[in-house]
Ligand binder design. Sequence first.
Ligand SMILES: [Zn+2]
Ligand SMILES: [Zn+2]
Length: 341
Amino acid sequence: MNWYPVELHTHTQHSDGDFSVRALVEAAQRRGFAAIACTDHNTVSGLPELTVEAEQNELVPIPGIEWTTYWGHMLVLGEQGYTDWRGIKPSDIDQAITAIHANHGLVGIAHPLAISSPVKTGYHWEFLVNDWDAVDFMEVWSRDRAPVKVQSYRAMQLWEQLLNRGCHITATSGRDWHREDRLPYAHTYVGTDGMLSTENIFTAIRQGCVCLSTGPLLTMKGRQGNVTLDIGDTAVPGSLEITWALQAETMQQDWDASQIVPEEVHLIHNGEVIYRCSLPDHQPVTLAVSEGWLRADLIGRFYEKERQIIALTNPIFIRSDAEYRLSSRDCCRNRPKSAIH
Ligand SMILES: [Zn+2]
Ligand SMILES: [Zn+2]
């Protein structure tokens, strides 16, 4: 599995960013990203330029748009076609997501629990989602200093509640990048066995093969018998061996190792910490797991605050349903559909 840093949420002069598309791509290249999205507010006018500039800078382009409405902001990536966001009402969102999926697009909730009115209209997610399982990803971390923001704690809570209800939603971080600055941001890493491509990025996001970090990259693998499980795969209840790895050399020019200091790895099963390990020890651990999900958190100091989540993986899912046991990453929408309404 190869892990690539990608940025899924940016703005240019085509909406309210300071960047030209070229300046955005060059900034992404300087910082070490492998792929860069362009998600301007309610416009796709920057996308032709994104393709050209990304190619010249050897980055993978991720075409997108940020639906910017009174009821919330939604990232739409890779849609082939156009779903009209104008006049949308809170109860229309399930239909809109279905229409975007029919056009092969992905949808992600941007900054779901950011402070809204009177600061900024629509910053807070107020759409009435019935089928949460249809949502492909959610920004649990948004903008700078994400690990220590109240909106992040609340977004993580919402995400875990949805996971506990059986939804398969991928956590991402979003720089919501408008201009160059030196603030500390988190990074989204996508995992793929092959070369990075726009399509592989979308497959990784759909599958949940994604990790987030403000510093070193934390990844994990599972093993049941002779089956190896990557993040986003599905195990069966029972004995599960977990191995994790830290890569401190990732995106090093974009975070300060004196301010972001890992101390422990926690394994979280259905919202509860079931295993803690002080670093640098990282022996594989075998756990008995019931239905649900299991993920890893990297805990440590983030600037002046101790015991923060400074990196996390998306979950390995655990279901007794054998169909998913045999699921493959090649399947584009390999997710257990929940009965959540
Ligand atoms: Zn937004
Ligand atoms: Zn934005």
